[in-house]
Design a protein around this ligand. Structure first.
Ligand code: GAL
Length: 487
């Protein structure tokens, strides 16, 4: 007899005996375990204010680079208000917080560290501990010290991620941070979204650069340098951070946050678009794992490892393999891809889904929770623990966020019930902040920020999130309230 059928028949019978109404069905779905990480994520440059020594700070001053001519300026003054912000997170029932240490504050000029900046992040970590928030620490979240990349004076920098020197400098910085903060930190994220950095700096543009967009060769090189930097930092952090901050027997867990996007052919009947979507998915989503999980380098991104004379040489690199202790995933949306076979490497251009029939957020991105489930299932194949290190929506009036939150958490719970080992969910973001090239207008915060007074106020979704955290699950009542489909 088919064993699956036997199990199914037995459990169906058992449910029938128990009399299975709505509530019992909920009991049947597993809540998040009590040690699940629930919280939010931020990045230094977007919230701290006056990060004057990095590439973005100068970039913002070039007319036309940032919407409405916004400058990050004081941002939301998290640099001074972190303690109040953590108190709010604690009151909302969170137990984790992701933030980034700003490299340009710690090392404003090459090989010279600022003790005041180091002291500041010790205070941040002490405050997190006091508020019961487990830290997830990012060491590179888009910004570079000016001596690494200076978009206005490229003659004075190290050439950004195109150069080996940058790789070495970053790894040294990570090693020093591991020693400095290892007693307080177990979860490290070396680099946030390497492929987004590459895309913004060298492919589609929009990020600080001394080059015009579509410098694909430079971008390809930068991508492998970012991977190398991550892997070398992974090994250094493991060697140096031997303090087990949370007492679970594992002193350091190191990853790099991977932005995953669903890539859909613009026209499903066009072989060009189908091939473009496949290749963009390969380059943007897959190569990261091929390199950092499998150790395999496909330098010319053609899908095999046997091309001669590439830089770097193709093939297996033991030092790159298995350098993700957990998968840190950021998920937002689905793109549509137009195939353009003559474009080197990527063979297509992804863009926002223009289909008016799908729901879009205020930045024009498709709202696609099914994609979150698909991404988690795909990543679950690696058999590693997964932490959702970003997921959120720009929504000033909180019209779309409640349903967004519920549908994405349902997608996550569905993946978990099917065996994906998700250990935490960190919503983007705790409060409104400086959204890079878009400036201040997109509002991602559970807390709304009044940019005149910098006062923080809860949006309704903040309470909804607290309610879900407290229950450890999304209840049918919550689903009904926000208009989500029953599960
Ligand atoms: C991510 C990025 C964050 C934030 C978010 C919302 O790609 O890591 O810094 O800006 O997007 O757009």
């Amino acid at each position: 007899m088919n064993h699956k059928f036997l199990t199914f028949a037995l459990s169906a019978g058992l449910l029938w005996i128990l009399g299975c109404g709505d509530d019992e069905q909920e009991e049947a779905s597993q809540p998040a375990p009590p040690d699940f990480y629930w919280g939010t994520a931020t990045a230094a440059h977007q919230v701290e204010g006056f990060n004057t020594q990095n590439d973005w700070y100068l970039w913002e001053m070039i007319p036309g680079k940032i919407d409405n001519g916004d400058l990050s300026g004081a941002a939301v003054d998290h640099y001074h208000r972190f303690d109040e912000d953590f108190a709010l997170a604690q009151q909302m029932g969170h137990n984790a917080y992701r933030f980034s240490i700003e490299w340009s504050r710690i090392e404003p000029s090459r090989d010279s560290y600022d003790p005041m900046a180091i002291a500041h992040y010790h205070e941040v970590l002490a405050s997190l501990k006091q508020h019961g928030l487990t830290p997830f620490v990012t060491l590179h979240h888009f910004t570079n010290p000016l001596w690494i990349l200076n978009p206005l004076r490229p003659d004075t920098d190290l050439d950004g991620w195109r150069s080996q020197d940058t790789v070495e400098e970053f790894v040294e910085f990570c090693a020093d941070m591991a020693v400095e903060f290892g007693r307080q930190v177990d979860f490290w994220i070396t680099i946030n979204e390497p492929m987004v950095v590459v895309n913004g700096t060298y492919f589609q543009g929009g990020y600080p650069s001394d080059l015009e967009p579509f410098h694909l060769e430079e971008g390809r090189l930068a991508a492998f340098n970012l991977f190398k930097a991550h892997a070398a930092a992974f090994h250094r952090i493991h060697a140096l951070d031997t303090w087990d901050a949370d007492g679970d027997g594992r002193p350091a867990l190191v990853s790099s946050a991977k932005h995953m996007r669903i890539m859909k052919p613009k026209n499903e009947n066009s072989p060009w678009d189908v091939e473009g979507a496949r290749q963009v998915d390969y380059v943007f989503n897959q190569v990261f794992f091929d390199v950092l999980h499998d150790g395999m380098v496909d330098a010319d991104l053609d899908g095999d490892y046997d091309s001669p004379d590439t830089d770097p040489p193709e093939g297996f690199y033991p030092e790159l393999a298995h350098t993700l202790d957990y998968i840190a995933v950021n998920y937002y949306s689905r793109d549509v891809v137009t195939g353009l076979p003559f474009i080197p490497y990527v063979k297509g251009i992804p863009e926002d889904n223009p289909d008016p029939a799908v729901e879009h957020n205020e930045m024009g991105w498709e709202i696609y929770p099914q994609g979150f489930y698909e991404v988690l299932k795909r990543l679950g194949e690696y058999g590693l623990p997964v932490i959702v290190t970003e997921n959120g929506i720009p929504d000033i009036d909180d019209d779309q966020r409640p349903l967004f939150l519920v549908e994405h958490l349902d997608a996550m719970f569905n993946a978990m019930e099917e065996g994906v080992d998700v250990k935490g969910y960190l919503h983007w973001s705790l409060m409104d902040n400086f959204e890079w090239a878009e400036g201040f207008w997109p509002r991602f915060g559970l807390l709304a920020v009044d940019y005149d007074t910098l006062a923080r106020t809860k949006r309704p979704s903040a309470d909804l999130y607290s309610e879900i955290i407290q229950a450890g699950r999304v209840t049918e009542e919550v689903r009904r309230r926000v208009g989500a489909a029953a599960r």
